[in-house]
Design a protein around this ligand. Structure first.
Ligand SMILES: Nc1nc2c(ncn2[C@@H]2O[C@H](COP(=O)(O)OP(=O)(O)OP(=O)(O)O)[C@@H](O)[C@H]2O)c(=O)[nH]1
Ligand SMILES: [Mg+2]
Ligand SMILES: [Zn+2]
Length: 311
């Protein structure tokens, strides 16, 4: 029975890469029942066993245990279920644009919490640097300093200036990475630019709304000529966190961790409680206003059990 990697999922059918062949495969009905709390039992990045069918398709009979996976709370019809965005990744790149659309620190912090909670190394890419006006450069540099200090690698890129892509190309080589971020920031464009052998469709950002038009509809994993692979994902509008208790949230803020032991209450949520080490550190400007604001906004959304965009 061949084993392969799921490289694309469009619902009931998934593409499985077995050696050099892509085999369109279905999922056994029983598996859907076994994975009832998930929107889809199989995710891009999964290792699966398939049974070859006479018509050349495959039937997925087994999903191998995952090293990790990034998931969010599903919205819409399947609200509350776990939606797995990608499985078995080495690195997540949160992609934002300097402008068109402008970067959203609240969303960056929310995505970083998910990466921390699910123990997946993450970094930040700020793309479209060619469009950044001189007045924006100080905001960009402040943002980069903030995340670099927290230990997240930060890259400034532009698909218009190929030399800015060299550091990115180096970090992608030999690893399984994923590009995650809002629509229109240039995830697919970056992928095309780092490896010309890949040609993912991209679209123009609407001049009217300054927003992308959700060009990428499904997550897909692309092998890179230089070794490794990158998953391109559809634009994220909101990201609801799951399985995180309010008192636990601060553990996923690396800048808060040094002060957690100083709180009087061990289940402190660093909000209204007295004698709070985190709030003291924030007042002494050891924690930035932006990060503390993000923390509170995520904390309140956990209480309410809702997703938001971080704005
Ligand atoms: N000036 C400039 N434009 C860019 C850059 N990167 C991407 N773009 C443009 O931005 C638009 C959106 O790019 P996409 O690559 O489709 O964005 P995406 O993040 O994949 O969007 P979704 O697939 O909808 O999530 C396209 O018109 C690109 O040509 C850049 O570095 N500089
Ligand atoms: Mg895209
Ligand atoms: Zn506290």
């Amino acid at each position: 029975m061949p084993t392969g990697t799921v490289i694309r999922s469009t619902g009931s059918w998934v593409d499985v890469l077995v050696g050099p062949r892509v085999i369109p495969s279905r999922i056994r009905g029983r598996m859907r029942l076994l994975h009832g709390d998930e929107t889809q039992p199989v995710a891009v990045g999964d290792q699966v066993d398939i049974l070859s069918q006479k018509d050349g398709t495959g039937l997925i009979t087994e999903i191998h245990a995952r090293h990790n996976c990034l998931y969010r709370r599903a919205a819409g019809r399947r609200v509350g279920k776990r939606q797995i965005l990608i499985a078995n990744v080495d690195h997540i790149w949160i992609v934002q644009a300097a402008v068109q659309p402008s970067f959203n620190p609240g969303l960056i912090d929310r995505l970083l919490v998910a990466c921390e909670a699910q123990e997946i190394p993450a970094g930040l890419i700020l793309n479209k640097m060619d469009l950044a006006s001189p007045s924006l450069l100080s905001d960009v540099s402040e943002l980069c300093t903030r995340y670099t200090k927290l230990g997240y690698q930060t890259l400034l890129t532009s698909v218009e200036h190929r030399t800015t892509l060299n550091p990115l190309r180096r970090t992608l080589t030999g690893r399984v990475s994923v590009f995650l971020g809002p629509s229109g920031v240039g995830k697919s464009s970056l992928l095309n630019a780092v490896d010309p052998a890949i040609q993912v469709p991209v679209d123009v950002v609407s001049q009217k709304t300054n927003k992308g038009r959700h060009t990428t509809a499904h997550t897909a994993l692309y092998p890179l000529s230089m070794g490794g692979s990158v998953a391109d994902t559809p634009g994220i509008r909101e990201f609801g966190l799951l399985d995180i208790e309010p008192w636990e949230l601060a553990h996923y803020f690396p800048d808060f961790r040094p002060y957690l032991a100083e709180c009087r209450y061990c289940a402190c949520t660093h909000d209204h409680e007295p004698n709070c080490g985190v709030k003291k550190a924030w007042r002494m400007q050891k924690i930035s206003d932006a990060r503390y604001d993000s923390y509170l906004s995520i904390l309140y959304s956990l209480h309410l059990g809702k997703a938001d965009t971080g704005r």
